[in-house]
Design a protein. Sequence first.
Length: 534
Amino acid sequence: METGVVNPSARLDTLGISGLKAVHYNLSNAGLVQAAIERGEGELGQGGAFLTTTGKHTGRSPKDKFVVDEPSVKDTIWWENNPPMSPEAFEALRADMIAHMTGREYFVQDLFGGADLDYRLNLRVVSELAWHNLFIRHLLRRPEVAELETFLPEFTIINCPTFNADPAKHGCRSETVIAISFERKMILIGGTSYAGENKKSVFSVLNYLLPDSGVMPMHCSANHAPDDADDVAVFFGLSGTGKTTLSADPGRVLIGDDEHGWSKDGTFNFEGGCYAKTISLSAEAEPEIFATTSKFATVIENMVYDKHTKELDFEDDSLTQNMRCAYPLEYISNASASATGGIPKNVIMLTCDAYGVLPPIARLTPAQAMYHFLSGFTSKVAGTEKGVTEPQPTFSTCFGAPFMPRRPEVYGTLLRDKIAEFGSTCWLVNTGWTGGAHGTGSRMPIRATRALLTAALNGSLNEAEFRTDPNFGFDVPISVDGVADVILDPRRTWDKPDSYDRQAGRLVQMFIENFAQYESHVGAEVMAAAPKGA
């Protein structure tokens, strides 16, 4: 049985998939919600949201992700970060997964990855779970019905949570597997119900393909001025740095919250929706995101709720701290209809420095931007994880190491060259601690951060007087309207300046030790932009 809209020449039998109980092509949000409830995959929540859980996998499984070692990609994959799978193992995995699908019901969505028509990727997503199909329908970009009639996939994702891989036979690590074949143009996902694997696998593919077209793929959020789509800002940042909060400015237009491309023509969102964390989400702090949790077809993932009223508990993290909601971009009132904008005018790199060393904002040269982009620094704080008793550095290159198939320098060079070519201004913004490290100092005032970002985005900050930071060599403003001068100089916020100096020396050394892995791959200009150790 087949239902839905599909180009007859692109059915699943072209992939060697046959003998299925039923295939549902390109069902609407309503159709997928109905199917998911009928199949017992979850419950209907307030406002028509869909409530579900993902079992033992409540987050990504990065150690179970593989790239097939094929001739066409052998010399361009960053193998240290992307464990290889042999072509033979992938073929065995594919055959066994297709055999597993026999007699079962599947859901198919034909979607685009990328809002720019010149660079978008046609994707066919085959899901064992109806709600997974709903999730990816939100997160990727939806074709018009007329486009579906001629749609031909360039890449296919097959996702079977009930299929368990065999490490001995399939060349993987466990029964969970995410395998990408660039020559077969196929992604196989098995042994996990976590929906985020779907979107991140697409991000990984685009991260590999787009640099060959001169496009910089970015794990970042982006917005633009309300009356000027060419006034674009992009925000890089790891978890806990404020990327979503600071980019979701009601005074600017949201292009997207997670994955974008920077081409010769401008900025474009890869996605058609958002996948937001909901822990401690409130109507006061994030009214628009909060409102999506009670809108029809929003996917609510791994949240505790009242079984009678279906009221969500935003503080109960007993299932996971990584509880989330997935919804289409149009659920946000200030979202861009086109999901595109001009060349980034400002590039913001967010870090949460729990050591209390970095200034609240600094201006970077193109070489410094490449250095800090490759470093991808933030820090964990005491109390956030078992065994963490003092700040610990976290370096995730390009602010998204798990999704980078190529070596980091490829992306770092693209960023440096684009900043230099287009005259973009790059800022390093510290949303971490001031007046001392975590446990002694205090969190950077959000009002100060917002004031500094406003000044950066409206151009007035470039007119300020700057000093050169003695530890990192970047430019730091001396005085900014609406911000206490003392905050701009972290050394002055500490009770004991010599304690600050020692802490700064420690952090500089951490940067130097981490960057040693890139020294032989970057030029002298970038190494000259590195902080200087004692």
